[in-house]
Design a protein around this ligand. Structure first.
Ligand code: HEC
Length: 175
């Protein structure tokens, strides 16, 4: 009995580490046969985001946005969806990657944010999305202490608390 449990646990651990490896190797959406798929983004996940499907171009701050995302009257925001991913039955699949670039006309303000559908109960009360701040080249930004700027509650939960306004669209405003 106990033995079986340990074996099951071992199988789970081996299974999930294989899965994570396969994600980082080919950067795809993961193993469709895995019952609990998870997509863990890394520095290569967002490379070339500017070549992805441009789903929205917004000028000026969104009413829901206020001054967030460096928003002011002249701010232009570009929202890219990797592979133009659509929701299925109202939810985005695990591995969905969305990047948003906000800038002002003279490019003196540039902000790169991203959300990734991580899955696997990563953030059950927030649609299992992970939130990111990126560098201009798409690598994950680090804070003053050198920690990567990512997580379910990035910036004290600021991202998710505002995106909750779009919870009926799986926390995504632009599509
Ligand atoms: C005050 C509200 C607010 C906060 C805080 C906020 N967002 Fe957004 N976000 C929006 C709105 C509104 C849009 C869509 C309009 C636009 O693009 O300007 C958006 C769009 C996005 C998009 C494009 C996908 C979509 O939902 O349309 C990403 C990615 C994103 N935000 C990431 C983040 C991250 C990461 C943070 C935290 C660092 C964050 N947001 C904080 C309101 C907010």
């Amino acid at each position: 009995m106990k033995h079986t449990k340990i074996l099951t646990l071992l199988a789970l651990i081996i299974g999930s580490s294989l899965f994570i490896q396969s994600c980082s190797k080919d950067d795809d959406n993961g193993d469709q046969n895995n019952t609990n798929p998870e997509f863990v983004a890394d520095d290569n996940t967002f490379t070339d985001f500017m070549t992805w499907q441009l789903e929205a171009t917004n000028q000026g701050p969104d009413p829901a946005l206020g001054m967030a995302h460096a928003g002011n009257d002249s701010t232009v925001t570009l929202v890219y969806f990797k592979d133009g991913q659509d929701p299925a039955n109202g939810k985005y699949p695990v591995g969905t990657i969305i990047v948003k670039h906000s800038s002002n006309p003279d490019q003196s303000v540039n902000e790169f944010t991203a959300m990734v559908k991580r899955g696997n109960n990563f953030a059950p009360s927030g649609g299992d999305w992970e939130w990111f701040m990126l560098n201009p080249d798409g690598s994950i930004a680090t804070d003053g202490d050198g920690n990567p700027m990512r997580g379910a509650n990035l910036m004290g939960g600021m991202c998710i608390s505002c995106h909750t306004q779009a919870s009926n669209k799986d926390y995504v405003f632009s599509k």
